[in-house]
Every structure is written in structure tokens, then in C-alpha cells.
Design a protein around this ligand. Structure first.
Ligand SMILES: Cc1ncc(COP(=O)(O)O)c(C=O)c1O
Length: 393
């Protein structure tokens, strides 16, 4: 280890809050689907910033939009109109399912979920929520109320609610859980943290109908699934369901922090002036980055690359013959390999021996969220490496 190396790592470990389990390499640069560590070693990045880097690291169009905007105007609160924000809102509204054309802008996924909760409360006058077992909605106090894993919630009780968690995919349990006190039901169309589990159209339809039968809102969390990740601009297109509101974040601004809650007009209208807000939300820098990222996705039909490379990755992984694999699941380039044993040692081996970064979803699932610009050759390298690490141990 060089002197510089130990300095970066040591200082980060010394001053960081300690809440993260850290990888051991210091990553200093990225381009497309690749990142490099401080020693110049190249990796295929299937962490993709936790599903943020859809348009690729250092995407030249996003980079030049940020540089241009940074030298012009970086910060301006949403009470003051702005040319970039106006353009971004118009572009995003045109991208979203029709009807979701009122957009609250914020800075992260958890903030988008917080906004969804507050707008649901003011729209319905209720404060009861229905969420999914194995669902993940973030870790701020509102969002964590809708996150299922007791390890994330229990130290911080009491939380917002009551919240009832129903088994993902169980339409009967869902119908039984929604009543006249329910403000909203929130569902990820493909559960990410929960182990990469796609929903069914039948389940999402049932959720929508049951919510509407009781005057509750049907909300989709597209924070991880949105912006081409699953092979469509939004995952809801796979299932033919349009929600009353959608939470968005991650890939929306090509890597710059951003979040949004997009909703129907009647919902937005019920929030009193000043009932919600944020200093950084809708800042011109994020708006410029978001505009460039959205245009890149559309101009390059990025959903098609995600669908094609996702199919290649899933079928490659399914062709691995190894009794440690229980199931390969996914949609587009949101892909999970569920093992019959803990995934962590295999993820470490992928990084150490094959220079492939990937992440975990539940202790048993290896999860792959590469930039959607990944090449077929890199997809094949990932498949070969997974086969090798599973065969090795
Ligand atoms: C589906 C989903 N919702 C919400 C969040 C929270 O987003 P953030 O980490 O930006 O707060 C995440 C993050 O992984 C997510 O995957």
C-alpha cells in the first residue's frame, strides 16, 4: 500500500460516521461503466452508485451541462423562477405517465418518499399507510416508517403511521389491509433492497383498485426502477398501471443529487402554501444535470440498451450451472442472483479477483445495477466472473 493510499483510506475510516460497511479500494475516477482505483486498477462498476449512474460515469453531455450551469448560476430557491428549472419540469412532465404533471422537487430518494407521505396526508386527511414486506423506502424518519426491515425501523420507534406491511404479491392481504383510514399504499414495481423481486401486473392492478375503492392513493416508488433501469423509461410501463403519484430520485440527474414526487393535480392542490419545502430542491445545477440526463436517455433510447444488456446478463447468469444458485431474477439491468448461502464472500471475491464491483440485496442476493451504457463484452465478463467465483469456493 502506498503512502497516499493509506492516507485516503485511513482518513476516511477515521472521520466517517461509521454507519457504512466499506469496500477496501479507494475509487478515484469513473467513465461509462468503469471506475478506477487510486492505483489505476480498472473495475466494471455494477454498483453504479446504487443505481444512479444510468447514463454512465462522467457522461460528457451531463458534464458539460453542469460546467456551463455552474459558471452561470448554481443556487436559486424554488420561490424564484428559473429558466433551467422550467425546462427540466417541462421535460420531466412530458416523460412521466400522463396525469402526473405536478412535481415537488427535492434532493434524494428518502426526501421524495417524505414528500409523498406528506402530500398523501394532506390530500386524504388520513395518516395510515400500507407498505410492503421486504420493501425499502429510505432511512429518514418518515421514509423509514415505510421501510420493512425491522433492523432499520425498531431503534427509532415510534415512527409515522400506523403502517401495515403486507406480503409483496399477496393481493388478498393487500385488499384486507387497505381501509377507509388509509392515506396511501406505496409499492416498488421491482423490490430492490428486498432482493430484486419484480411485481406482477395483477398485484399492482389489485393495489390500485383497492386503494381507489377506499379513497386512498396508489403510489409507486420508482426511485430505483425509474429512468430506463428496467428496460422501460419507468417500470410501471411493464405492468400497465398508472399510479396517483410516483417517487423519483437516483438516476434522474445523471449523478447529481436530486429527488421528486410527481403527482396528480388534485393531490398537489391540497397541500397548503408552505406546507412543504426544501432549500436545495430544484437548484439550477441539478436541473441542468437532470435536463441533460433526460435528453441523453431519450436521444439514445437508453431503455433499449437496458433491456438488451439486461436480457444478456440474466440469460448468461441463468446458464451458469452451480448448485449454490437458487434463482436468477430481474427486469432490464436490475438483476439479482439469489444464492443458497451468504452472498458477501462471493461479492468480495468478484471485487478482489475479477475487478467487478457489485452489491448485496438481503444477505443472500448478489445484485447488479451497472450503468445502462455497459457493453455486451463487459456483461459477458461479469457472467464469467460470477461463474468463476461460485465455482472457486
Ligand atoms: C426504492 C427506493 N426507495 C427509496 C430509496 C431511498 O433513496 P435515498 O438513498 O436517495 O434516500 C431507495 C434507495 O436505495 C430505494 O431503492
Amino acid at each position: 500500500m502506498t503512502a497516499t493510499q493509506s492516507r485516503w483510506l485511513e482518513q476516511e475510516l477515521r472521520y466517517d460516521s461509521g454507519v457504512y460497511t466499506k469496500h477496501t479500494h479507494v475509487i478515484v475516477r469513473g467513465e461509462g461503466a468503469h471506475v478506477w482505483d487510486e492505483e489505476g486498477r480498472e473495475y466494471i462498476d455494477c454498483i453504479g452508485g446504487y443505481g444512479v449512474a444510468n447514463v454512465g460515469h462522467a457522461n460528457p453531455e451531463v458534464v458539460s451541462a453542469i460546467a456551463e450551469q455552474a459558471s452561470r448560476l448554481m443556487v436559486l430557491p424554488q420561490s424564484v423562477p428559473n429558466d433551467r428549472r422550467s425546462e427540466f419540469l417541462t421535460e420531466l412532465a412530458a416523460t412521466l405517465p400522463s396525469g402526473l404533471d405536478r412535481i415537488f422537487l427535492c434532493n434524494s430518494g428518502a426526501e421524495a418518499v417524505e414528500a409523498a407521505m406528506k402530500f398523501s396526508m394532506t390530500a386524504t386527511g388520513r395518516h395510515r399507510f400500507v407498505a410492503m414486506k421486504r420493501g425499502f423506502s429510505g432511512r429518514t424518519l418518515g421514509a423509514v416508517s415505510l421501510t420493512w426491515d425491522p433492523a432499520y425501523r425498531e431503534p427509532f420507534m415510534p415512527l409515522i403511521g400506523p403502517v401495515e406491511f403486507v406480503p409483496f404479491g399477496d393481493s388478498e392481504a393487500l385488499r384486507a389491509a387497505i381501509d377507509d383510514q388509509t392515506a396511501a399504499v406505496l409499492i416498488e414495481p421491482v423490490q430492490g433492497e428486498g432482493g430484486v423481486r419484480p411485481a406482477t401486473a395483477e398485484f399492482l392492478q389489485a393495489a390500485r383498485e383497492a386503494a381507489h375503492a377506499h379513497g386512498a392513493l396508489f403510489l409507486l416508488d420508482e426511485i430505483q426502477t425509474g429512468f430506463c433501469r428496467t428496460g422501460k423509461m419507468f417500470a410501471q410501463e411493464h405492468f400497465g398501471v398508472v399510479p396517483d403519484g410516483m417517487t423519483l430520485a437516483k438516476a434522474m440527474a445523471g449523478g447529481v443529487p436530486i429527488g421528486a414526487f410527481a403527482m396528480r393535480e388534485e393531490i398537489a392542490k391540497k397541500m397548503p402554501k408552505g406546507g412543504h419545502g426544501t432549500t436545495f430542491g430544484g437548484n439550477p445545477l441539478a436541473m441542468a444535470a437532470g435536463l441533460a440526463a433526460l435528453r441523453f436517455m431519450k436521444n439514445h433510447r437508453l431503455w433499449e440498451s437496458a433491456a438488451a444488456q439486461g436480457e444478456r446478463l440474466i440469460s448468461g447468469l441463468r446458464s451458469i450451472s452451480n448448485s449454490k444458485i437458487r434463482e436468477v431474477r430481474g427486469l432490464g439491468l436490475m438483476v439479482g442472483v439469489e444464492l443458497k448461502e451468504k452472498a458477501a464472500p462471493y461479492l468480495e471475491a468478484l471485487e478482489r479477483d475479477h475487478q467487478i464491483l457489485a452489491l448485496q440485496a438481503t444477505p443472500l442476493v448478489m445484485r447488479f445495477l451497472p450503468p445502462l451504457v455497459i457493453s455486451p463484452e463487459d456483461v459477458d465478463r461479469v457472467v464469467a466472473a460470477v461463474a468463476a467465483v461460485l465455482a472457486d469456493r
